[in-house]
Design a protein around this ligand. Sequence first.
Ligand SMILES: [Cu+2]
Length: 165
Amino acid sequence: MISRITRRLAAVALAFLVVLGAAGAATGHSQLIDSTPKADQTLTEAPADVELEFNEEVDERGAVVMVVDADDENRTAGDVVVDGRFVRVRLADDLPDGGYEIRWRVVSADGHPVSGSVPFSVGDVDRTEDGDDSGGPSLVVGVTVGAIILLAAIWLIVGGRRRKA
Ligand SMILES: [Cu+2]
């Protein structure tokens, strides 16, 4: 009895290590760690440009940044500039007050594309629904929860078979 419990605990511990490893690999791409403006920030005046900061250098090619207004219209002016871990783009200089969203997509150092969005607003406005963010943490949670459910199912099946035998 004790040895069966020990074996199961060992299996659970091993499975958790595998899950942690998988989650680590899934988030191994470049990650957005900061931005100007910051997510959900309300600015008194429209910014001249936006800047995204990543945890590692991103590929100079393939970076796309749009800053869309409430009508989904892109308000950037000029090319996206990739400078190591930083990605910048100028904004049109006649931005009215309102809600905006930085929509970005860059190519990780490992060649994988990553994307996300950063909502912010200018002036005294009631912000409505904001978009989804990068989804990094939710992916980890999803992988972990999925693995735990799978593990529980395997445990029940294996336990059931042993009892019948
Ligand atoms: Cu990757």
